[in-house]
Design a protein around this ligand. Structure first.
Ligand code: F6P
Length: 544
């Protein structure tokens, strides 16, 4: 079944929300008038507590947002998503990354065939490969144990695995992970500089195996490897993950060293597949399974919870409220752990490549906003970088604050300071500081009336800045899987309501095509392609 084509602007709830958005939502007053606000606007699911009470909404708005999900036929959309219906219509594909982490046959079908057994057999291959590499049973071409693993890929074949490996560095086994993505030759050279071909395992990850950056890097790495080894040695140190088996074989990688990817898993949602081989190798197969289990926990919560108690649904609806009714253009992701420093870049692709669309499912230009701009950095560093703008700037930036009850290394002094900042920031953003408070403070500091008058406007905080606090017990492979799955489903829900196709990415094609022609102009003596005068002059300058 395909997703329904329903323009959200025609929904009753949309119109209600439009009129509700004209009201003022003063968080301090909303808390004062409702002593149960936290209980009413928070969801606990095992080790996750999501407090969305510090958001600019009241009961009426929340009710209409839930109605919006109902009118968009979200219930059936979720069924279609998990069942394997071809909801990626413009590419004629199912969207089944959830099938990669299910622990039981759940009737996810592609072309009428259950995918469960196929997924399990590849998962077994991933686990036994990573176990063999970790135990030293699988050796390099000179018989040495691998010490390093290099993932060569870009976009979804890089960002997800890299974010996970970085986030779970605490749990890393003996093998050190590296990532080469950018076609910038300095990236590959800088990475290889520290590596020994005799002890390095290379994973070439490309769903299409046609991506210019990945193939260029893979060729450069193979040339570097062949300076110390022979072509016959490639099979020991190179492995590929792809759907394009013939292109991988042409590259020189043996059939037994190819891990399949699936047509029905989008690149940006593929870290749960063999695209996550670098995760399994560097963390071990048990932790990889824990990651999948955590994602499945969230899948189950998402599939079975009522919308008003459903974490991804509520997060998605809040995003729509700000984006479509209150005029916010971006949302910030602020994890209070250095381990999650790559979460925002990862979510940028997951969210912006999915929902950065301006044509609806009927092929008509939309007349409302779709995908938001996602950005962020860990706290407390970000407090000393861009928080000034969130506190006192002119833009509305709803922010997710992700914190953990326990630190991994058990340094409670540091952790308490970190978390004191986590709590204090959301409170400060909400409460602000009134003229009266500033006045009193300056007076107590002994400033004269004149000095107070001059300084006061700059020291006032309007407050009323919305935040959602996501408080998790501990950063583990399982909780991280759950967190990533939470955001994946948020993206899905928003795409359903915005009436767009979230799982294609035609917008990245034009630049790729032009780059091919431009490369010809750079490599040949003449600029043969027709460019605008700015591009022509820039090319001439570059070539001179
Ligand atoms: O940037 C476009 C894109 O197609 C992404 O969707 C994908 O994750 C990335 O390129 C890499 O593609 P591949 O895995 O086919 O090399």
């Amino acid at each position: 079944m395909s997703l329904q084509t329903l323009s959200p602007v025609n929904f009753k709830s949309w119109k209600e929300l439009e009129s509700l958005s004209k009201n003022e939502f003063k968080l301090n007053a909303l808390f004062e008038s409702n002593s149960k606000r936290f209980q009413e606007f928070s969801i606990q699911n095992k080790d996750f507590l999501v407090d969305f009470s510090k958001n600019l909404l009241n009961e009426e708005v929340f009710e209409q947002l839930i109605n919006l999900a109902g009118e968009a036929d979200l219930k059936n959309a979720i069924k279609s998503y998990f069942a394997g219906d071809k909801i990626n219509e413009t590419e004629g594909r199912s969207v089944l990354h959830t099938a990669l982490r299910t622990s039981k046959t759940n009737s996810a079908k592609v072309e009428g065939k259950e995918v469960f057994e196929d997924v399990q057999s590849v998962l077994t291959k991933i686990k036994s490969f990573s176990d063999q590499v970790n135990s030293g049973e699988r050796k390099s071409y000179t018989g040495k144990k691998f010490t390093d693993v290099v993932n060569i890929g870009i976009g979804g074949s890089d960002l997800g695995p890299q974010m996970i490996v970085d986030a779970l560095a605490y749990y890393q086994e003996d093998i050190t992970p590296h990532f080469i993505s950018n076609v910038d030759g300095d990236h590959v050279s800088e990475t290889l500089k520290h590596l020994n071909p005799e002890t390095t395992l290379f994973l070439i990850v490309s769903k299409s195996f046609t991506t210019q950056e990945t193939l260029t890097n893979a060729n450069t790495v193979r040339d570097w490897f062949l300076k110390s080894a022979t072509k016959a040695d490639v099979k020991h140190n190179f492995v590929a993950v792809s759907t394009n088996i013939s292109a991988v074989e042409d590259f020189g990688i043996a059939k037994e060293n190819i891990f399949p990817m699936y047509d029905w898993v989008g690149g940006r949602f593929s870290l749960w597949s063999a695209a996550g081989l670098s995760i399994a190798v560097s963390l071990g197969s048990k932790k990889f399974q824990d990651l999948l289990d955590g994602a499945e926990d969230m899948d189950t919560h998402f599939k079975t919870s009522e919308f008003d108690n459903n974490i991804p649904v509520v997060l998605a609806l809040l995003g729509i409220w700000y984006n479509n009714f209150l005029g916010a253009e971006s949302e910030a992701i602020i994890p209070y752990t250095q381990y999650l420093q790559k979460l925002a870049p990862y979510l940028q692709q997951a969210s912006m490549e999915s929902n950065g669309k301006s044509v609806d499912r009927a092929g008509v230009k939309v007349n409302y906003q779709t995908g938001t701009i996602v950005w962020g950095e860990p706290g407390t560093n970000s407090q000393h970088a861009f928080f000034q703008l969130i506190h006192q700037g002119t833009k509305l930036i709803p922010s997710d604050f992700i914190g953990f009850k326990n630190s991994l290394h058990g340094n409670s002094k540091h952790h308490d300071i970190l978390m004191a900042n986590y709590f204090a920031q959301t409170e400060a953003l909400m409460k602000g500081k009134s003229k009266e408070e500033v006045h009193k403070e300056l007076e107590n500091n002994g400033l004269s009336v004149e000095e107070i008058q001059k300084l006061l406007p700059f020291k006032v905080f309007d407050g009323n800045k919305p935040t959602t606090s996501i408080l998790i017990d501990e950063l583990t492979p399982r909780s991280l899987g759950k967190l990533v799955s939470m955001y994946e489903h948020k993206i899905f829900v928003q795409g359903v309501i915005w009436n767009i196709f979230s799982y294609d990415q035609w917008g990245v094609e034009l630049g790729k095509q032009l780059a091919k022609n431009t490369l010809k102009d750079i490599e040949s003596s003449q600029i043969e392609n027709q460019h605008d005068s700015s591009t022509t002059e820039l090319l001439k300058y570059y070539k001179s």
